[in-house]
Design a protein around this ligand. Structure first.
Ligand code: D6G
Length: 838
């Protein structure tokens, strides 16, 4: 018998998969404790027990994973490749237990051994390989692609340090490195056999071969190796386990030897360390392009390794060239961060595979698709030409060629309309010439999508208007979503169970099923259970706040929550102005019957974003004054929770009464936090921005609190000259609030501390128009309080919000991508039946 056949015959999964009963789980657990971790009942720590449990679950993932990967080959399926620089995964154990339908069994099995599953789950580090919405979206997409049985792969970077851990010291953010792999990570399986060289620098050599064909080679490069690390991604109760492959940078043996041979040991070690810095750290910036060389290296490193892996896999099944490539491969670019894939695919096809430019271009465009995530100009990637020339000289040539051919077409069509040509060119002219990555992505893709209806409209009519006119069919909308497996079933078991007790479990794989709770909206028992669950969730959060912030909060107060990255356009300052307005009102009207509120903030600021860090300090300073003022008592509390993360969000969101989604209209592409809150029964106070508009459409205007200018009104006011001083002088309440900050009411020992905040609002033009929306926001907040007093009305609104969140599942989003962009078909995975005689 051949070696392979022997292996197959003996493979546990050929015979029978690992048991999923209590006894088998317990057996695996103790086996792992002993054989994988070398521990006994005396030496096993809690962390060992978490690991043994995670390994027990991992075994069950791996057998399904292998089955899944083999099935994709058997079906010769079209693969979907999701390329993303960020995956904000959070913890994996709980989610895997839910998706493998093992939660209850494992809970019991572990309890019988004397352990508490909830406690063990807490020992897992969050995988924080992302900044915010974009990375979390990628993680939700992975879950939905597996649940919908799509042959999908996530590709990215295995950062050794994820998003920094945030500490709040004296009200200020302090960043600490996130050394998340320190104690190893059970879910990460390193694959040193999948090792690809990635080239940098060097020069381009061109020559004519014996057939007089012009050949191009990229030579004298420096190499770094990319090593694969795989993380299994299970679908919900369907045996599919997809792969997420994240690359680590490793030095090549070659160049170390060079120095070793020269006897320069120190240099050899230094060079090794240097080349491995590529995958060391995630850039902690959300919605901003910094233009650092190392970041460009990261982008190319990940794109190059990924394309080599995709092509290796393609060649395993297709032997007759690349014509079928777009029928077998779909590449989705999550923002422009992986847009170099377009130039790299062209390089591979033309320079290495010897395919003509025209054919290679057709293949590339038909394979790639681009998702835009932002219209903020500071976030749009533009790489200096000199940097590309230095780091990736061949790619720059290719980009020039793509641009030349494109501009030829445009000039012919629009009879040399210079302005149009300048606007559409991939190259931005000027003192420092730059490559506009979004233009490269649009020109090199067959699909360009925005992430919410308003955002897509803005792409079509404003920032990419010329391209939309050229290719109206390329542009489409794919409203973002969230996975209900993590964001309801796992994080809010109380509400999940209540819902399922009435309408069954169908909502877990079809979120529209939640509509079936509508008939229970007016049912007093159902309402009472609903309120009780919310209260329990609030108590859990209150406990967390007590432990971490040493603040006692009133669980009967309205939990008003603003959690997301700290950014001026997200307008945490506007919320702070409301806090001070409330504070003043309580001071001035001590006897007024007000609705008590606990206003909770959380979020990280980019370490180099001065204003965002000052906003954190401002919130904490306001909290100090408010929380310690005896006139205020428990009518108002302000809490800033440190180190916002996926796991913390899972505690905060189920406890929310009110969700703050208050960005300046036209600035937040979609938002996904807004969806998580609605799914957990919080009501939204929001502007007509991003997906808030679609939440409004779904839940109805009577079940949401909308305020402020819409996107066109924002544009119009800007266009006609916005003067924040007018609003300041017109509104005494607002003036008082601003003056208090300005005069050091919240910074008594450093009176001028918050001057820059006030300057930005008054002297520097109030870019995000907080003052213009202030009155409308305050009025709307009053409406919120009034409504909250009517408990019956509030609970009905809460139930109706949940009932109407069906649209916001990533299952819907992914089905649309698969149909409209990828033309992908699901593959159903079956596993060997359990034999009875055993
Ligand atoms: C499974 C099936 C096997 C495949 C391997 C790796 O073991 O045929 O080679 O996964 O998958 P690829 O990365 O080669 O697709």
């Amino acid at each position: 018998m051949e070696k392979k056949e022997v292996l197959k015959k003996l493979s546990p999964s050929t015979n029978e998969f690992q048991g999923i009963d209590i006894e088998s789980i317990q057996k695996s657990f103790v086996n792992h404790l002993e054989y994988s971790l070398a521990k006994d009942e005396y030496s096993a720590t809690e962390l060992d027990c978490y690991k043994a449990l995670a390994l027990t679950v991992r075994d069950r993932l791996i057998e399904r994973w292998i089955e899944t990967q083999q099935a994709y080959y058997k079906h010769n399926a079209k693969r979907i490749y999701y390329l993303s620089m960020e995956y904000l995964i959070g913890r994996t154990l709980g989610n895997s237990l839910i998706n493998l339908d093992l939660y209850n069994v494992v809970n019991t099995a572990i309890a019988e051994l004397g352990y508490d599953l909830k406690e063990l789950r807490e020992l897992e580090c969050d995988a924080g390989l992302g900044n915010g919405g974009l990375g979390r979206l990628a993680a939700c997409f992975m879950d939905s692609m597996a649940t919908l049985e799509f042959p999908a792969y996530g590709y990215g970077i295995m950062y050794e340090y994820g998003i920094f851990a945030q500490q709040i010291i004296d009200g200020y953010q302090i960043e600490k490195p996130d050394n998340w792999l320190r104690y190893g990570n059970v879910w990460k399986i390193s694959r040193p056999e999948y090792l690809y060289p990635v080239n940098f620098y060097g020069k381009v050599k061109q020559y004519y071969d014996s057939d007089n064909h012009l050949k191009t080679e990229w030579v004298e490069t420096r190499q770094v190796m990319a090593m694969a690390n795989d993380i299994p991604i299970p679908g919900y109760k369907n045996n599919t386990v997809n792969n997420m492959r994240l690359w680590s940078a490793k030095s090549t043996r070659d160049f170390q030897f060079e120095y070793f041979n020269d006897g320069d040991y120190e240099k050899a070690v230094k060079e090794k360390a240097q080349s491995e810095t590529i995958s060391k750290v995630l850039y902690p910036n959300d919605n901003v392009h910094l233009g650092k060389e190392l970041r460009l290296k990261q982008e190319y490193f990940f794109v190059s390794a990924t394309l080599q892996d995709i092509i290796r896999r393609y060649k395993k099944t297709v032997k007759n060239g690349f014509a079928d490539f777009p029928d077998k491969v779909a590449i989705q670019l999550n923002d422009t961060h992986p847009a170099l894939a377009i130039a790299e695919l062209m390089r591979i096809l033309v320079d290495i595979e010897d395919i003509s430019w025209e054919k290679a271009w057709e293949i590339t465009v038909n394979t790639c698709a681009y998702t835009n995530h932002t219209i903020l100009s500071e976030a749009l990637e533009k790489w200096p030409v000199y940097l590309l020339e230095h780091l990736l000289p061949r790619h720059l040539q290719i980009i020039y060629e793509i641009n030349y051919r494109f501009l030829q077409r445009i000039s012919k069509k629009y009879s040399n309309d210079i302005d149009k040509i300048r606007r559409m060119s991939i190259i931005e002219e000027g003192k420092d010439k730059k490559v506009r990555m979004a233009h490269l992505a649009i020109i090199g893709s067959h699909s360009v999508n925005g992430v919410a209806e308003l955002h897509t409209e803005i792409l079509k009519t404003r920032i990419f208007q010329d391209f939309y006119e050229e290719w109206p069919d390329k542009f489409n909308n794919k409203t973002n979503g969230i996975t209900q497996r993590r964001w309801l079933k796992l994080s809010n078991p109380g509400l999940s169970d209540l819902i399922s007790s009435k309408i069954g479990n169908g909502w877990v794989t079809d979120l529209y099923v939640l509509k079936q709770i509508i008939p229970f909206t007016g049912n007093p028992d159902f309402q009472e259970s609903w309120q009780k669950i919310k209260l329990e969730n609030k108590k859990r959060l209150a406990e967390y706040i007590k432990i971490n912030n040493k603040i006692e909060v009133n669980c009967n107060s309205l939990f008003d929550i603003h959690i997301k990255r700290i950014h001026e356009y997200k307008r945490q300052i506007l919320n702070a102005l409301h806090v001070i307005t409330l504070y003043n009102f309580i001071k001035e009207n001590p006897r007024a019957d007000i609705v008590p509120r606990t206003i909770i903030f959380a979020g990280k600021a980019a370490p180099g974003y001065y204003m965002a860090k000052l906003i954190i300090k401002l919130i904490n300073s306001i909290a100090d004054v408010v929380n310690n003022d005896p006139d205020i008592g428990d009518k108002l509390k302000v809490v800033f929770l440190e180190n916002y993360s996926v796991s913390l969000a899972q505690i905060i969101i189920p406890a929310a009464d009110l969700s703050e989604q208050i960005s300046t209209a036209g600035h937040e592409a979609s938002g996904t936090g807004n969806m998580k809150f609605a799914l957990n029964g919080a009501l939204t106070i929001g502007t007509l921005d991003g997906a808030n508009i679609e939440i409004l459409e779904e839940v109805g205007k009577e079940n949401i609190f909308i305020f402020g200018m819409n996107a066109s009104e924002v544009d119009e006011l800007r266009h006609h000259g916005y003067n924040p001083w007018d609003f300041y002088h017109k509104n005494p309440q607002l003036k008082k609030v601003i003056d208090m900050i300005n005069n050091g009411y919240f910074s008594k020992t450093r009176v001028f501390l918050f001057k820059p905040v006030i300057e930005s609002l008054l002297d520097l033009g109030d870019t995000y128009m907080l003052l213009a929306d202030y009155k409308s926001y305050i009025d709307c907040q009053q409406e919120v309080s009034k409504t909250y007093k009517n408990k019956k009305k509030w609970v009905k609104m809460s139930i109706l919000n949940v009932a109407h969140t069906g649209k916001f599942s990533t299952d819907r989003t992914i089905s649309e991508y698969a149909k409209d962009i990828w033309n992908a078909k699901p593959v159903h995975i079956t596993i060997p039946e359990k034999s009875d005689e055993k």
